[in-house]
Design a protein around this ligand. Structure first.
Ligand SMILES: Cc1ncc(COP(=O)(O)O)c(C=O)c1O
Length: 427
């Protein structure tokens, strides 16, 4: 049996039509198939590989750590330098109020940890989440997923969860004294890149790379109509904690280090994952020391993980974040976003929504989108659609993508769109 047959026979399948390409190597912006075919990676492992595949500094850090130790004990007992160094760097790049990092295995586990912490800290039971939000696929994270189709088969789920419409100012009224926390993606990624309503800092002409550490601290409104700021205000009034999910929007993807900097809002807890591990599995929830210390008491060991904060993952993540900062990868993101937006113009493209290098190209239907995606893959561009926006083509490449690669990607995508016309698809 060949690899493909073995893949379908022995690996649990979660979709009737996986991409199912066999990849033998990945480097920088490219994945290489068994036949030597190169794929320009427009997915970045779904917002993971922000510094490109196998950056030499990341590989070197993994090698060095592998020479020292791998797993040595469950989370939180021993002093493990990669965890400590990484937590120090991360917190130096976050507001003063976010100074304590709990490393997990995944984004979903970070969501679970944050929900537990919020309940423990407030003594309240209600969790408010948003329609079309994605925070992971474990039972708790699934309970707050914002789409009944994805939840329904797995009921009963967590009690006490309510869903509001993202960007509805009116519905914020439902947050109240019973609410432990409100969990929101800073920018809804799987909904096809939906931003909080109102101006952001880029919209207000501030150059994102110049947002300073001091600016990260600021929560005062700079634009009265910003929905995320209204949400922050409502949480403050009702004593609910604000949890922002930066799992897709963190680590420079939006052109700022964290998406929330664009809206001058500081959350009580931040969720990290994906690019956090530099290509290895890692998640985290980050809060104030005072808040996080509650996991030590009633009960002790308020969250337990064997592998969370694995030393290899922390070493890789730390190296990757240093690359992001040293190579100033964020600086070019707004410019690259503009090139995509300038080139992606076609009568069959309904809209292009973007937050830095997180881009959704909207088509009339899933079928049309799928045809373009298939064309792209046949022509050496790796892309797919979004979970809650299957009619939107996903662009979330490593931030190291060059202008020439962007031009090539757009050329191919537009040829794929043109092919719809050739196939008489009634544009
Ligand atoms: C916004 C967001 N939150 C949470 C998660 C869950 O992360 P993980 O797949 O590592 O559990 C994802 C994954 O796609 C995500 O996009």
């Amino acid at each position: 049996m060949n690899q493909r047959e073995l893949f379908f026979r022995h690996l649990a399948q979660t979709s009737p039509s996986p991409i199912a390409l066999e990849i033998v190597r990945a480097e920088g912006m490219y994945l290489y198939g068994t036949d030597g075919k190169m794929y320009l990676d427009l997915l970045g492992g779904i917002s993971v590989c922000n510094t490109g595949h196998r950056h030499p500094a990341v590989i070197e850090a993994i090698r060095k750590q592998a020479d020292q130790y791998l797993h040595i004990l469950v989370y939180g007992e021993l002093l493990q330098s990669p965890q400590i160094q990484y937590a120090q760097l991360l917190t130096s790049l976050l507001p003063q109020s976010l100074q304590s990092v709990y490393f997990t295995n995944s984004g979903a586990e970070a969501t679970e940890g944050a929900m537990k912490l919020a309940k423990r800290a407030t003594g309240r039971t209600q969790i408010v989440a948003f329609n079309h939000a994605y925070h992971g696929s474990t039972q708790g994270a699934l309970s707050i997923i914002g789409d009944e189709y994805w939840r329904n088969a797995f009921r009963p789920l967590l009690p006490g969860v309510i869903h509001l419409d993202y960007n509805s100012f009116d519905q914020l009224e439902q947050i109240g004294p019973q609410t432990a926390c409100v969990i929101a993606e800073t920018i809804q990624a799987e909904n096809g890149v939906i931003k909080p309503a109102g101006e952001d800092k880029i919209g207000s002409q501030e150059k994102p790379a110049q947002i300073s550490n001091e600016a990260r601290e600021k929560t005062e409104p700079f634009h009265s109509k910003n929905w995320l700021q209204a949400l922050r205000k409502k949480c403050d009034e009702s004593g609910a904690l604000l949890v922002l999910d930066e799992i897709q929007t963190g680590f420079g993807r939006t052109g700022t280090l964290w998406g929330f900097e664009l809206y001058a809002v500081v959350p009580d807890i931040i969720l990290l994952g994906k690019a956090l591990g530099g290509g290895l599995p890692l998640g985290a929830f980050v809060a104030s020391k005072q808040l996080m210390d509650m996991l030590m008491d009633q009960p002790v060991l308020g969250h337990i993980t064997t592998f969370g904060g694995h030393p290899l993952s922390c070493a890789a993540g730390l190296a990757s974040l240093n690359v992001l900062l040293d190579e100033q990868l964020m600086e070019s993101v707004p410019h690259k976003e503009k090139i995509f937006r300038r080139l992606l113009v076609h009568p069959a493209i309904r809209s292009v929504r973007s937050a830095g290098l997180l881009i959704a190209i909207e088509f009339e239907s899933f079928e049309k989108n799928k045809q373009v995606i298939d064309y792209c893959i046949r022509h050496g561009l790796l892309t797919d659609w979004f979970l809650f926006a299957s009619h939107c083509l996903r662009i979330a490449p490593p931030l190291v993508i060059t202008e020439e690669e962007i031009e090539r990607a757009c050329r191919e995508i537009l040829k794929g769109v043109d092919e719809l016309r050739v196939m008489g698809d009634g544009l």
